[in-house]
Design a protein around this ligand. Structure first.
Ligand code: PLP
Length: 358
């Protein structure tokens, strides 16, 4: 089977096999890594290796802390303003789709301002974005928050906001899918359940000068300084998820790292978009300049066939293609663990479905 779920998403088969082999007797210790103390030397080694591998993969500069936190993407919707906004300050939140809108709504409780009007329709009625230079950001903001890949909308942009204030990015659905220049960001965060590992675990990269002041009034498990000073072990971290993330990072290194993933992910996405674009039976309504490599929504010309499409796909081992309820139609999520063969199998299925029902 190939699992196209937007998250929690499929993990690499090799990783799942290794985890299965190690599950109840990790490295001959007579118990699972899940059952070991996070303060013991075995787990500390696993944790440190995972951090090092991630640093290698993304070339994380030495002046950035890597935090393994709880609470998922939405936990960070709260953590970001709580850690970065000081009394009387505001922040700009670029709203480009469903998730950045949710982040802005949460941050509004703490004084942030949603920057609307970024999305627009093209003459052809496609969903599109204004150029980054026209986003009118406040130069006095504490930071600018954005979500470069909108998981629900299938809309992605690579232009960074044109501003001198620190950039805070929700990379939940795009982290590790291609190279990025970490230096350009103040904070990067990502829920793990798409490209990293099990849900709940949350990765945060934060530039050291942005850590909150010691003693700031921040809930302890969301406090970046406390997490950094305690090597992400202020409380019990999600140890098993951290271990699995480490296996995924090692797998990524074996695949050739984010450079190789970027090329493969572009090819996977292009394979599906090319097929959708030449068909009258399927369509994608996102401006080609802003189409996501990770989440490909597509609509059937005859919406009455939606349920049949999903059921037949499942019978062919192609799972979780039903689109998000806000967008409708279908959505194929093509995160790192999805092989090219998975996309090719999907296209073959789509072609046959079109032949029978078109
Ligand atoms: N941000 C993005 C871009 C997402 O895709 C999601 C979930 O799919 C979230 C945030 C929310 O993550 P969580 O459910 O872990 O809170």
């Amino acid at each position: 089977t190939y699992n196209f779920c937007a998250g929690p998403a499929m993990l690499p088969v090799e990783v799942m096999q290794q985890a299965q082999e190690e599950l109840i007797n990790w490295h001959g210790r007579g118990c699972s890594i899940m059952e070991m103390s996070h303060r013991g030397k075995d787990f500390i080694k696993v944790a440190a290796q995972a951090e090092q591998d991630l640093r290698d993969l993304l070339q994380v500069p030495a002046n950035y802390k890597v935090l393994f936190m709880h609470g998922g993407g939405r936990g960070q919707f709260s953590a970001v303003p709580l850690n970065l906004l000081k009394a009387g300050q505001s922040a700009d939140y670029i709203v480009s789709g469903a998730w950045s809108k949710a982040a802005a709504e949460e941050a509004h409780k703490f004084g942030a301002i949603a920057v609307q009007g970024i999305t627009q329709k093209t003459e052809e009625g496609l969903r599109s974005l204004k150029a980054a230079a026209d986003w009118h950001l406040d130069p006095k903001s504490a930071f600018v928050h954005f979500c470069p890949n909108e998981t629900v909308d299938g809309l992605e942009f690579t232009d960074l906001p044109a501003t001198d204030v620190p950039l805070v990015a929700d990379l939940s659905s795009t982290i590790l899918s291609r190279p990025i220049d970490v230096n350009r960001y103040g904070v990067i965060y990502a829920g793990a359940q798409k490209n990293i590992g099990p849900s709940g675990l949350t990765l945060v990269l934060v530039r050291e000068d942005l850590l909150p002041a010691a003693g700031a009034t921040i809930p302890a498990i969301l406090d970046y300084r406390l997490a950094a000073e305690n090597d992400s072990m202020f409380n019990t971290p999600p140890t098993y998820a951290w271990y699995l993330a480490g296996l995924v990072f090692q797998w990524l290194k074996r695949q050739g790292g984010v450079e190789a993933m970027g090329k493969l992910n572009q090819l996977k996405a292009q394979t599906l978009y090319n097929y959708v674009d030449q068909s009258d039976f399927y369509r994608n309504d996102v401006d080609t300049r802003y189409r996501s490599w990770m989440n490909v929504p597509f609509l059937l010309a005859d919406e009455r066939l939606n349920d049949k499409f999903v059921a037949d796909a499942e019978a062919h081992g192609l799972l979780a293609l039903k689109g998000h309820r806000m967008v409708g139609g279908m959505r194929a999520s093509l995160y790192n663990a999805m092989p090219l063969e998975g996309v090719q199998t999907l296209v073959t299925f789509m072609r046959e479905f079109e032949r029978v029902h078109g």
